[in-house]
Structures are given as C-alpha cells and as structure tokens.
Write a protein that binds this ligand. Structure first.
Ligand SMILES: *Cc1c(COP(=O)(O)O)cnc(C)c1O
Length: 433
C-alpha cells in the first residue's frame, strides 16, 4: 500500500474539481478591526494591510476592550487551561457563571457549554434523540453539517423536510402516531443564503403533533432580539422552543458552544453525552470573555443597530452598482458568482489587487452552480470602506467577465430611520486619535 500516494491523490482530486482550499495567513489587529495583516505566500516578511469582509465575529466582540480585558484578567488570575474534563478536574467558576448567563439569555432553566457549536449540535441532538424511545428526527434539508452529524449519530429514524417548507413538515408529522417521540431540528437563520425560518409556523405544527423542538441560533445569538437572544427572542417565541443551541465563537467573539433548555434535558446531556464527558473544557479565560460579550450585548443595542445599518447600506450600495446580491432579510450579504473557478479568482483578485479579504464559498458548503462571495459587514466597517468594496467588486466583475444585474436603486430606509452613530469601541478610538 502506497499510503502517501493515497493521500496526495485525494488532494489532487479536489484540485481538479477546483475544491482545494487555500487559507490566507492573516493577523487581526485588535485595535483596528476589521483591518488585518496578510502575509502572502513566499512574502511572509512583507505583510500587507487588508480589510476583512467575511468574518463571523459579526459585531467585533472578539476585539471589544471589555471582552479582551475579561480574557486577560481571568488568564492572569486562573491560568491558561481548565485542567481537564469537567467530570475529572475541569469545572471552574467562570464556566458555571457563563452557563447561568446563557440560561438567562434564553429564558431557560439551564444551559450547558461545550468546546464548540459543532460539538454542541452533535452532542445535543444525538443524546436527546437517543434517550427518547423510538424517536423520529425531522430535519430541515439545509441544516448545518453539525446537526446532520448529530442526527446520524443518534442512530434513530430520520426524515428530511424541504427547506423552510412547513406544509411538508406537517405532512411528515401527521403520518406518525401522535404519541411517537418526534424531534424537529432546524436553524433560525441559515448563514449561506441569509434566510430566516418561519419559526412560529414551525412551532404551531410541532405543538399540534406533539413534537419536541431544537433550534440552532448560531448566526443570530448576540445579533437579534432586545437582549441578543436571537430570532426566537425577537419574535417572542423562545419559551415555545424546547432546546436553543448557540455558539460563543461568532456573534460573541470567543470560542465554544451551548444548549439552553429545561433542567432535565440539560442534565441528561451533561450525564450521557460522550462529546461532553470525555473532552477537556474551555479555559476560564475563554469562558470569562464569552460571558463578558453576552452580558454586554444583553444591555446594549448600539452594536446591533449599527450592524443592521451597515448590512443594509452594503446591500444597497452593491445593488446600485449592479452587483448581484442575493435577496434575504438578514445581515448576510451573499453575492452570486455561480462558478467555482471564477469565485476563487474573484476572491484572489480582491485580496491581491484591492486589499479586500472575502473567502470564496464553493461546494460542499453550497450547491455547485451557486458559488458565491459571502460578505459580512460589521458595526466597525465605515461608509468609506463600503465605497471601496463596491469599487473593488465592480473592477473584479469587469475583469472576470462576471454577470452584472440591472442596477437597482431601492430606498435605503423605508421608514426614514436615522442612521445610527458610528460604532467605534473606546480603545480603538483612542488608537485612532
Ligand atoms: C458555525 C456553525 C456551527 C458551529 O459552531 P462553532 O462554534 O463554529 O463550532 C453550528 N451551526 C451553524 C449553523 C454554524 O454555521
């Protein structure tokens, strides 16, 4: 067996399909978010300054001075690591406090933190479903890989309902005995298209057919709702959902994932999930920085307002220039390319020629033929940076012969709302002065 050859062939297959991924070597500047240093391959000693337009640190919480301070101060006080798994030696006070913050955020009795959002879905879905006798899982067709893996690992029956199609979900639920255990798993905000699930209608049919509900709010926590509890908070529906799952690594700018639910559900996952039991827990400093971000966004709406404003402004400016922005009601700005090679080329050209960093989104993240650039404006992007982005994309579209749309001039603020003030964090402002 030529082991080496086997792996290099696997890589070559990806390369011929234009699916081989190359990461840019970047260094975020905590004082000047969303600016970063890029070290081009072979020119590592000559870093170039770039503007990042594809971070999932949606609100820049990872560079917020209070969040950094919580991390540094806690590391000084309690050290770098947690010291192991929570069952053996790793439970610490900052993670206990973080879980209390998260339970409160979603109005649930309890919460449990995992090492990532990916692990929380794998553990949450598989453990809960496997503890329910003869459970049937009903999963939205566009659910994230971590949910699909959770469904697989549960090992019980599953059915996939067409994306956001409540009539199809109802048809599948109605075909089952009312007293059969059913777990319906879906997301609130799908991050590649930026569309939002009809949560209320989903809950209506779940209640009608006595199904348990599990929602992934990864792309909404911190960003939506009066306290950052996600779309379920914004729509006043959190109390009707059994399990709310979220990440600490995107809107909250740190690392980790969690579920929030009833005491019995959380305790069952804590007690049965190998993905929780047999792995070391997050360091105290990470738990403390996540808790600081959660707390901050519970009381401040300025970041959320400016975030929505910048997303709307970016969509508006791109459409006015004829760049094909895919329609959605959220903060995600997907720009349609529809070709894997051109998508990669567009991303490379943006970086090299325009100092703008936007990763190409190709298969398997999205379906072949729907390749796109996924742009994520943050509260820290400026109007001037939006103008630079538009100019750069127009140049790239022309150079690569990509399709323009008819320019659309749509009203920016239908309700004539005033633009929120610039959202520059205190320390950044100091650095800029
Ligand atoms: C990123 C993502 C996750 C995983 O969260 P991490 O904390 O990054 O592991 C889960 N669900 C969805 C929908 C995601 O996009």
């Amino acid at each position: 067996m030529d082991y080496e050859r086997c792996f290099s062939d696997a890589i070559d297959r990806l390369k011929t399909e234009d699916r081989y991924r190359i990461f840019a070597d970047l260094e975020r500047d905590a004082q000047r978010f969303p600016t970063a240093l890029w070290r081009p391959e072979g020119e590592e000693d000559h870093p170039r300054e770039v503007t990042v337009w594809c971070s999932n640190d949606y609100l820049g919480m990872g560079v917020h001075p209070d969040v950094i301070e919580a991390s540094v101060e806690t590391a000084r006080a309690h050290g770098a690591g947690a010291g192991g798994t929570r069952n053996i030696s790793g439970t610490h006070h900052p993670i206990v406090r973080l879980e209390a913050e998260l339970a409160d955020l979603h109005g649930k009795a309890a919460a449990l933190v995992f090492t990532s959002g990916w692990i929380s879905n794998l553990a949450g879905i598989s453990t809960l479903a496997s503890l329910l006798p003869n459970c049937l899982i009903l999963s939205d067709a566009l659910n994230h890989n971590s949910m699909i893996e959770g469904v697989r690992r549960a090992g019980c029956d599953k059915k996939v309902w067409r994306h956001n199609d409540v009539a199809h979900l109802e048809q599948l639920l109605a075909a089952e005995p009312l007293d059969r255990a059913k777990l319906v798993v879906f997301e609130s905000l799908y991050s590649m298209d930026g569309d939002i699930a009809p949560i209320e209608a989903i809950l209506d049919v779940c209640e009608k057919y006595h199904a348990m509900t599990y929602i992934d709010e990864v792309h909404a926590v911190g960003l939506y709702g009066a306290h950052g509890g996600g779309v379920s908070e914004r729509e006043g529906l959190a109390h009707r959902i059994d399990v709310i799952e979220g990440t600490l690594a995107k809107g909250f700018g740190a690392l980790g994932g969690y579920i929030a639910a009833s005491k019995a559900m959380v305790d069952a996952v804590r007690s049965y999930a190998p993905q929780f039991i047999f792995t070391s827990t997050l360091p105290p400093s990470v738990a403390a920085s996540a808790a600081a971000a959660v707390r901050l966004l519970k009381t401040s709406n300025a970041e959320r307002e400016r975030h929505q404003h910048m997303a709307r402004l970016t969509k508006h400016a791109l459409r006015a220039a004829g760049i094909p922005v895919m329609e959605n009601p959220s903060h995600i700005v997907p720009v349609f390319v529809g070709d894997a090679r051109k998508c990669k080329a567009a991303s490379a050209m943006l970086l090299d020629r325009h100092a703008i960093y936007i990763q190409p989104i190709n298969y398997p993240t999205v379906a072949t033929g729907t390749e796109r650039l996924r742009i994520t404006p943050t509260p820290a992007h400026s109007e001037a940076q939006v103008a630079e982005l538009v100019e750069a994309l127009v140049d790239v579209w022309k150079t690569l012969g990509l399709q323009f749309e008819e320019a659309k001039i749509i009203p920016l603020f239908p309700r004539a709302a005033k633009a929120p003030a610039e959202c520059v964090y205190p320390e950044m402002k100091k650095a800029a002065e």
